[in-house]
Design a protein around this ligand. Structure first.
Ligand code: SAH
Length: 253
């Protein structure tokens, strides 16, 4: 679905903004970039600011008019900080735009079409012209400081791309998996029990538990339960306990 979301940049002045927009897109799983009459492209600055998203820049398509960029789309959303008095449906919140864009892609798919949805961004200095807004089916604004609400082009791309990704992620069929750091399989109750006994033995033998009726042991066991160690972390702790009692071979491993 994300592959059918197209970002269109109109007459971008700074090539660095093209690169930064490509990076913003790739971090949110978007890949289709169309450039309408960019001032300088290809350009080293675009590649430099794209960082790991140089492929998005390399695959960008350059066209001669906005009509050409969006003709095959089922929905075209113009991003604009300023509201023009055009009778276009207007999304006041980016998340509403994202839901609508995905609904639109979904209903196109249900009818056997793979037509894209485009988000159109204007020039750094002057934004989109009234004629260009007329090429759109909708407008969206990013609510911001009323005294200074104009974002840098690539940052506007980032925010709207994030909302599209968030809307996609929350759909049941997205298949998105949250990345988990390292090994996080929880230990079995048996493995946890071995650790508790091992801890008990070390505490008892070392003379740490001087007052058997104090709740020291219980409190420490509760601490380790709360920490929810992974299997790997638990075996690390058991290694530590074994090292603290060098004369006794570790048991129940
Ligand atoms: N000076 C221009 C703004 C250019 S910023 C103007 O007054 O229109 C470049 C582009 O970033 C804009 O054309 C728009 O597509 C996007 N953008 C910047 N701030 C935005 C905001 N608050 N909401 C929606 N789009 C925004």
């Amino acid at each position: 679905m994300l592959s059918r979301l197209r970002i269109v940049l109109v007459q971008t002045f700074h090539p660095g903004n093209i690169g930064a927009a490509a990076r913003a897109m790739k971090t949110m799983g978007l890949t289709e970039l169309v450039l309408v009459n960019p001032r300088a492209f290809p350009d080293d600055e675009a590649t430099r600011l794209a960082a790991g998203a140089a492929d998005v820049v390399e695959n960008a398509r350059v066209v001669g008019s906005l009509t050409e960029a969006v003709n095959d789309c089922v929905q075209v959303v113009g991003a604009s900080a300023r509201l023009r008095s055009l009778p276009l449906p207007h999304f006041e919140e980016p998340d509403a735009m994202a839901e609508s864009a995905l609904d639109c892609l979904q209903s196109a798919s249900n009818n056997g079409q793979d037509a894209p949805v485009a988000l159109v961004f204007g020039r750094e200095r002057s934004g989109l012209t009234t004629d260009e807004i007329r090429c759109c089916t909708h407008q969206v604004s990013i609510p911001a400081n009323p005294d200074y609400g104009i974002l840098n082009l690539s940052q506007a791309v980032q925010i709207l791309a994030y909302e599209l990704h968030r809307a996609w992620r929350s759909r049941e069929d997205s298949g998105f998996v949250y990345p988990t750091p390292g090994e996080t399989t929880p230990p079995t109750r048996e493995q946890f029990g071995h650790f508790q006994r091992h801890l008990h033995e070390v505490m008892a033998k070392s003379g740490f538990l001087t007052q058997p009726h104090a709740r020291t042991e219980e409190q420490l066991q509760a601490l380790f339960s709360r920490a929810e160690p992974s299997r790997k972390e638990l075996s690390l702790l058991r290694g530590l306990l074994s090292a603290l009692e060098p004369d006794t071979p570790p048991r129940d491993r």
